[in-house]
Ligand binder design. Structure first.
Ligand code: FE
Length: 277
């Protein structure tokens, strides 16, 4: 096995999106427009409803996938085809936007803590115009396992620690694991040697790929087929993400991610003409 080392550390920056939702954005930010195939990584977390209650009213997407993983709070989604669902704490939604949809993502609570992640994963040219598809998983549909050293894994996509996540039939062979490590413990896991691998610390601190990371910091890992994480003195909770890079040109404008400018203009034209309906 070849251990992956940390090549870069990204620190989340305060931003707001949607109708004024406050969050920490890891990327895209100036200098890091993507980490192929990942296009966006946001961590939202607030117990002040004023900073999340506006949610994400109706907006379109085309050409990629959005992944929402909730830690606390309730989020309701609706789309223009009548699909809807409720995301609960510990639940996940894997949405393949494909050729396009218009949806809203709104908090279904007026107080308390709202916390989670949104991740955008690109699709290759051949899959950008597939039919939209939702995979919504309740918390009890996401398998969890506690290892002998007390490390707990929740696997949303791919496999880790001998358990497999429910997400299926999507592009880029993704891995999404939520790992909770007690103070000082280590966890090693095999990862796809072909994949881009990210490790985001969202509680405590950890040594990942030879570097020390604090809360709201992400390691971008180099080549190899294994990762190792060692929790700091207060333990750690880390989101592990892996997916195969695409290596195609990226043309991006707001909620549309295509390969060329002309395809972006087509996306705006289709949206304005109601062809996402
Ligand atoms: Fe959205």
């Amino acid at each position: 096995m070849t251990q992956r080392t940390t090549q870069q550390i990204i620190t989340g920056q305060e931003t707001s999106d949607g109708a004024g939702v406050h969050m920490k954005r890891l990327f895209p930010v100036q200098g890091i427009m993507q980490v192929d195939p990942f296009l966006l990584f946001d961590e939202f977390g607030s117990d002040d409803p004023g900073t999340y209650i506006g949610g994400f009213p109706d907006h379109p997407h085309r050409g990629f996938e959005t992944v929402t993983y909730m830690l606390a709070g309730l989020m309701r989604h609706f789309d223009n085809k009548g699909n809807s669902g409720l995301l609960e704490p510990g639940g996940a939604q894997w949405m393949t936007a494909g050729r396009g949809l218009v949806h809203s993502e709104m908090p279904e609570q007026t107080d308390g803590l709202m916390r989670g992640f949104q991740i955008w994963i690109n699709l290759p040219a051949a899959e950008k115009m597939v039919a939209p598809r939702y995979q919504d998983y309740r918390p009890d549909q996401i398998p969890a396992k506690t290892l002998a050293n007390g490390t707990t894994l929740r696997v949303v996509a791919g496999s880790a620690g001998g358990i497999e996540g429910p997400v299926n039939g999507v592009s880029r062979q993704p891995l999404l694991v939520d790992v909770t490590l007690p103070a000082g413990t280590s966890w090693r896991n095999a990862v796809d040697a072909e994949a881009t691998v990210l490790a985001h610390v969202f509680e405590g601190s950890a040594a990942i790929g030879g570097r020390d990371l604090g809360v709201t910091q992400m390691a971008v890992l180099g080549d190899g087929d294994e990762i190792e994480i060692t929790a700091g003195p207060d333990g750690a909770r880390v989101l592990i993400l892996a997916a195969r890079p695409i290596g195609e040109p990226v043309a991006r404008a707001g909620p549309f991610v295509m390969n060329t400018r002309a395809e972006i203009e087509q996306a705006f034209a289709d949206y304005q003409a109601g062809r996402f309906e």
